[in-house]
Design a binder for this molecule. Structure first.
Ligand code: CA2
Length: 147
């Protein structure tokens, strides 16, 4: 059977606040804008996007597990869990779907603790510090890799 033309877009803790605070770091676009950008990029190659944002690690892990049934890949901004979560890494490697890790800000140019990512060696694509347009790039690169 051919792979489903669907990607799961995961946004982790606090990304629901996009566009409301810290514009100097994250810009002024909202989570709705991010989800629209990802959907537009996916449509270029006839993919659709399912979105989830949660502030709860277990909810994100459940969504990643569910993606195994009907998604071809995952685009994820894990928020602060990037730097802390073995469980999120295990979920992503456990479902064996290719995934793109995206960060809006340049995590390498901020506090030292943001430089390490538990996903850095298992992500198929990494996009860092390109603002919310980075989601477009992540979706395009992941779709190309799957197709
Ligand atoms: O740069 C990114 O995309 C991050 O993944 C964002 C996380 C941060 O912990 C990572 O180190 C880098 C934080 C997401 C919180 O987003 C906010 C947006 C607006 C206002 C407050 C928080």
């Amino acid at each position: 059977m051919s792979a489903p033309r669907r990607l799961l877009l995961v946004n982790g803790p606090n990304l629901n606040l996009l566009g409301t605070r810290q514009p100097e770091i994250y810009g002024t676009a909202t989570l709705a804008d991010v989800e629209r950008i990802a959907g537009e990029a996916a449509a270029e190659t006839d993919f659709e996007v399912r979105t989830i944002q949660s502030n709860h690690e277990g909810v994100l892990i459940d969504a990643i597990h569910a993606a195994r049934a009907d998604c071809a890949g995952i685009v994820i901004n894990p928020g602060g869990l990037t730097h802390t979560s073995v469980a999120l890494r295990d979920a992503l490697t456990g479902v064996s779907l290719p995934f793109a890790e995206i960060h809006i800000s340049d995590v390498n140019a901020r506090e030292e603790f943001r430089r390490f990512s538990y996903l850095h060696d298992v992500a198929a694509v990494r996009v860092i510090g390109e603002g919310v347009e980075g989601y477009r790039s992540a979706v395009r690169q992941l779709s190309a890799l799957i197709a």
